[in-house]
Design a binder for this molecule. Structure first.
Ligand SMILES: NC(=O)c1ccc[n+]([C@@H]2O[C@H](COP(=O)([O-])OP(=O)(O)OC[C@H]3O[C@@H](n4cnc5c(N)ncnc54)[C@H](OP(=O)(O)O)[C@@H]3O)[C@@H](O)[C@H]2O)c1
Length: 298
């Protein structure tokens, strides 16, 4: 299988680039491939001749998006549409990543794909517009909504918690937002399984459309932090105590959903590639960071 992946330095793109095995995975970022520049996407597809195109590139600064809506929409809506359209022109399927932030968070139980959307902020609105652009541009699309992504690289909650543990004994963390931390290398494994499935079932099967794809289980940001610090202690890294706080005590530019939990039943039934429990991903992430850490982090 040969994949062309948009984004090179992102959390998921780097995880895809790190996969070993028989897949050929080509990750391209700016300036070579800019999803806002249609011609650069067409050129990359013509040059590398992939079997599937995977769009991981996105504007992901959730709070900054509130003051930069044009940039967020250019990448997350226009760019996503460009990638899907370029794949369609080449007769290829596209796999596109989206987010739990397309939902308002008001539902009491995990969201299923058919639940009404209602993003609370610009980032979620731009990602929702991206889903619509992808679906309109290419009938052979798989849209995978994931959540709370972390990896041993890039900017993410695990790395922030470990940095804070080196600076203080207690960390205040939100306890009234519920969701599922999802480890980028587990997303990469699942994306490869989806790509293989799509190629094998190209002319049939129920693989088109929107799917929810997070790690198994659920927690809160405070529970996530507790797990990070437990793993840190296990690995001999700095840890801290978690002080649970309410969302109202931690104002941010963008409002975030109180309920980010996604029901993965459809994804697991179609692709049969369920992601491991979120705790497995957190422990693996902290272990990888510990293995690479300087003595000062201990
Ligand atoms: N992070 C999360 O918690 C989360 C949660 C749910 C869904 N998602 C979705 O999952 C996907 C992957 O997220 P991630 O965490 O891997 O993202 P990330 O680490 O923030 O990386 C995003 C990448 O997109 C690239 N990019 C932005 N604009 C581009 C453009 N115009 N052309 C080409 N590349 C561009 C960035 O390049 P530069 O490095 O050059 O800026 C960066 O490498 C995204 O679709 C995101 O919306 C993420």
């Amino acid at each position: 299988v040969k994949l062309l992946v948009t984004g090179r330095s992102g959390q998921v793109a780097r995880a895809l680039a790190g996969l070993t095995g028989s897949a050929a995975i080509i990750c391209l970022g700016r300036p070579e491939l800019n999803i806002c520049d249609r011609a650069s996407v067409d050129r990359a597809i013509a040059l590398h001749r992939p079997e599937v195109v995977v769009n991981t590139a996105a504007y992901t600064a959730v709070d900054k998006a509130e003051s930069e809506p044009d940039l967020a929409f250019a990448a997350n809506a226009g760019g996503a549409g460009n990638v899907a359209a370029a794949a369609a022109r080449a007769g290829l399927p596209v796999i596109h990543l989206s987010t739990d932030y397309v939902f308002s968070g008001d539902k009491r139980s995990p969201y299923v794909e058919t639940d009404p959307v209602g993003p609370a902020g610009v980032y979620g609105q731009s990602k929702l517009a991206g889903e619509e652009a992808v679906a309109a541009a290419n009938p052979d699309h798989v849209i995978l909504r994931t959540a709370w992504v972390h990896a041993p690289w890039g900017g993410n909650f695990v790395r922030t918690m470990l940095r804070l543990a080196g600076e203080r004994d207690t960390v205040r963390v939100i306890v009234d937002q519920h969701g599922t931390p999802t480890y980028a290398p587990h997303i990469a494994d699942a994306l490869l399984a989806v790509a293989r499935y799509v190629i094998a079932a190209r002319d049939g099967g129920a693989w088109r459309g929107v799917f929810h794809m997070t790690s198994a289980g659920e927690t809160t940001w405070a529970g996530f932090a507790e797990r990070v610090f437990a793993a840190a202690r296990h690995s001999g890294l700095n840890s801290a105590s978690v002080v649970p706080i309410a969302t109202s005590e931690y104002p941010t530019a963008a409002r975030r959903p109180a309920n980010s939990r996604l029901d993965n039943t459809r994804f697991d039934a179609v692709f049969r590639a369920p992601l491991p429990a979120w705790q497995v991903g957190v422990d693996a992430c902290v272990a990888a960071l510990a293995a690479a850490s300087e003595p000062s982090a201990r």
